[in-house]
Design a protein around this ligand. Structure first.
Ligand code: FAD
Ligand code: NAD
Length: 468
C-alpha cells in the first residue's frame, strides 16, 4: 500500500474532492481520506443534494395540488407516497456518490476510508476501525473536514424528536407537525419541504426577519409567500428550551413581548447554524490554531499557522456554502503549485431553494446604508413578466442596486422563479464591473424570467422600464 504522497486531503466534501481533483490535474500524487464509506461529505449525503431532491419532489406535488386545475390538467386523485419520496432522494445521493467514485478513479486519486488524525505536521494516523490503523505521510495536507449542526443552550439534539437537518432529510413517515428553531436557510428550505405536503409547520426565529442575513426585502417577501403556504412564522421570538416527550417535542420560548410561551409538535428541527468540525484531528500535534468560533485560522493563501497545512470550506471562516468550499479547494491546489489564484469573496452568490427561489450576490441595501455608500434601486415584479404570467409564477421580484454616478452594479437580489440560475448573470456582471446600462443594452430572449432583471437594470439606471 502506498503511504507517501505529495498532497493529502482530509475530508471528501465539495472542498476536499475539488482540491484532490485539481491537485491531481496539476501532477501531484494525491490521496483523499474520508471518515465515512460514501464520498461527498455533508453536501452530497446530508445537505445540498438530498435537500434539493426533497424540495423538487414536494414542489411537484404542491404544483399538482394547487395549480394543475388552472393549467387545465385534471388528475384523478392526487396522493403522496412519502416512502418513495425518501427512496428517490437516497437514489439521487447514490448517483452522486457513484459520480465521485468515478472521478477519483479517473484522476488517479488514492482514497482511504478512515478517521485522520495528525501525529505531527508531516504524518497522520488513519484509523479504519477500532483495531485497524495505518500511517500516511505527505509534503502538504489540506484540512477539509467541514461542519456539524450547532445548537443553542437549553436545546439538546437527541436525533429522535429533537432533530437536525440530517434526520429531517430521512424521516420514516410523514409527520403531522414540525416546529423549526431558526428561520435561516435550512429552516426555510425544510419548512418548504414539509409544509408543501401538508405538515403543520411553525418557524421560530430570533431575528426580526426570515433569512435575516440577506437583503431584508427578500425575507419580507418570503414571509408573505410562506404565510400563503400556511407556514406559521414567529419572528423576534427567543427559544429557551426543547423537550422530548416521547412521541412529541415541546419548545418553550419568549415571544416578541418577552412572554413565555410553548408549542408542541411531532418533531422539533434545530436549524440555528453549523459549527466547524475539528474533533479528533490531532491539531494539538501541529501548529494549527483555531479562532474564537472554533474555525481553523488561515492566512490569505488559506495556509494555517503550519506552513505545509492548508484548510478550506466550512471548517474555516466565510459562508458555509458548497461552491465556496469548492473554489477554495481549487485555490489551495493552485497555490501549492505556485500559481496566483484569486477568490472574490464579495461575489459568492447565496441561494435559498424555496419556491419561489431566493438568490443574492453583492451588497444588500442594509450593508450599503451601514457603509454610507450611495446607491439607486431598480425593482421589477414578476407579476409584470409575460413569462411569469404564462407559467403562473407571478410571485416575487428582481432587485438591482447600482452606484449612482456610473451605474456600476453593487448588488443583485432576486426572489422569484429560477432565481438561483438568474443570479449567475449578476455575478458575471459584477465580476467584470459592468454598469446597469451595460446590462440592459444586451439582448434578453423573450419571453424569459431573465427579462425581469433587464427591467430592473433599466429602472436602476434611471432610464425607466419598458414593461411597467
Ligand atoms: P463537508 O461537506 O462537511 O465535508 C467534510 C467531510 O470531512 C465529511 O465527509 C466528513 O465525514 C469528513 N471528515 C471530517 N473529519 C474527518 C477526519 N478526521 N478524517 C476523515 N474525514 C473527516 N451549500 C450550498 O452551497 N448549497 C446548498 O444548497 C446547500 N444546502 C445545504 C443543505 C443542508 C441541509 C445542509 C446541512 C448544508 C447545505 N449546504 C449547502 C452547505 C454545504 O453542504 C457545505 O457548505 C459544504 O458541504 C461544505 O463543504 P466542505 O467540503 O467544507 O465540508
Ligand atoms: P443560518 O445561519 O442560515 O440560520 C440560523 C438561524 O437561526 C438564524 O436566522 C438565526 O437568527 C436563528 N437563531 C439562532 N439562535 C436562535 C434562537 N435561540 N431562537 C430562534 N432562532 C435562532 O444556519 P442554518 O439554516 O442552520 O444553515 C447552516 C449553514 O448551512 C448555513 O451557513 C448555510 O449557508 C448552509 N446551508 C446553505 C443552503 C443553501 O445554500 N441553499 C441550504 C442549507 C444550509
Amino acid at each position: 500500500m502506498e503511504t507517501t504522497f505529495d498532497i493529502v486531503v482530509i475530508g471528501s466534501g465539495p472542498g476536499g474532492y475539488a482540491c484532490a481533483i485539481r491537485a491531481s490535474q496539476l501532477g501531484y500524487k494525491t490521496a483523499l481520506i474520508e471518515k465515512y464509506a460514501a464520498l461527498g461529505g455533508t453536501c452530497t449525503n446530508v445537505g445540498c443534494i438530498p435537500a434539493k431532491a426533497l424540495l423538487d419532489s414536494t414542489e411537484h406535488y404542491h404544483t399538482a395540488a394547487t395549480k394543475f386545475k388552472t393549467f387545465g390538467i385534471e388528475t384523478e386523485k392526487l396522493s403522496l407516497d412519502f416512502k418513495q419520496l425518501i427512496k428517490r432522494k437516497t437514489e439521487v445521493i447514490e448517483q452522486n456518490v457513484a459520480g465521485l467514485n468515478y472521478l477519483m478513479n479517473k484522476n488517479k486519486i488514492t482514497v482511504f476510508q478512515g478517521i485522520a488524525s495528525f501525529l505531527n505536521s508531516k504524518e497522520i494516523l488513519v484509523k479504519k476501525n477500532e483495531t485497524e490503523d495505518f500511517k500516511i505521510s505527505a509534503s502538504y495536507f489540506v484540512i477539509a473536514t467541514g461542519s456539524k449542526p450547532a445548537t443553542i443552550p437549553g436545546v439538546t439534539i437527541d436525533k429522535t424528536r429533537i432533530i437536525t437537518s440530517t434526520e429531517a432529510l430521512s424521516l420514516a413517515e410523514k409527520p403531522k407537525s414540525m416546529v423549526i428553531i431558526g428561520g435561516g436557510v435550512i429552516g426555510v428550505e425544510m419548512a418548504s419541504v414539509y409544509a408543501r405536503i401538508g405538515v403543520e409547520v411553525t418557524i421560530i426565529e430570533y431575528a426580526d426577519s426570515l433569512i435575516p442575513t440577506m437583503d431584508k426585502e427578500l425575507g419580507k417577501e418570503l414571509k408573505k409567500l410562506f404565510t400563503k403556504q400556511n407556514i406559521k412564522i414567529l419572528l423576534s421570538h427567543k427559544v429557551q428550551s426543547a423537550q422530548n416527550n416521547g412521541t412529541t417535542a415541546t419548545v418553550k420560548y419568549l415571544d416578541s413581548s418577552n412572554q413565555p410561551q410553548e408549542i408542541t409538535a411531532e418533531f422539533c428541527l434545530v436549524a440555528v447554524g453549523r459549527r466547524p468540525y475539528t474533533e479528533g484531528l490531532g491539531l494539538e500535534n501541529t501548529a494549527v490554531v483555531l479562532d474564537a468560533k472554533g474555525r481553523i485560522t488561515t492566512n490569505e493563501q488559506l495556509c494555517t499557522n503550519q506552513s505545509n497545512i492548508y484548510a478550506i470550506g466550512d471548517v474555516i471562516a466565510g459562508p458555509m456554502l458548497a461552491h465556496k468550499a469548492e473554489e477554495e479547494g481549487v485555490f489551495v491546489a493552485e497555490t501549492i503549485h505556485g500559481q496566483k489564484p484569486h477568490i472574490n469573496y464579495r461575489l459568492i452568490p447565496g441561494v435559498v431553494y424555496t419556491w419561489p427561489e431566493v438568490a443574492s450576490v453583492g451588497y444588500t441595501e442594509e450593508e450599503l446604508k451601514e457603509k454610507n455608500i450611495e446607491y439607486r434601486v431598480g425593482k421589477f415584479p414578476f407579476s409584470a413578466s409575460a413569462r411569469a404570467r404564462a407559467a403562473m409564477e407571478k410571485d416575487g421580484f428582481a432587485k438591482v442596486l447600482s452606484e449612482p454616478k456610473y451605474g456600476e452594479i453593487l448588488g443583485v437580489h432576486v426572489i422569484g422563479p429560477r432565481a438561483a440560475d438568474l443570479v449567475a448573470q449578476g455575478v458575471i456582471g459584477m465580476e467584470y464591473e459592468v454598469t446597469d446600462e451595460d446590462m440592459f443594452r444586451i439582448s434578453y430572449a423573450h419571453p424569459t424570467y431573465s427579462e425581469a432583471l433587464k427591467e430592473a437594470y433599466l429602472i436602476s439606471s434611471g432610464q425607466g422600464a419598458i414593461n411597467i
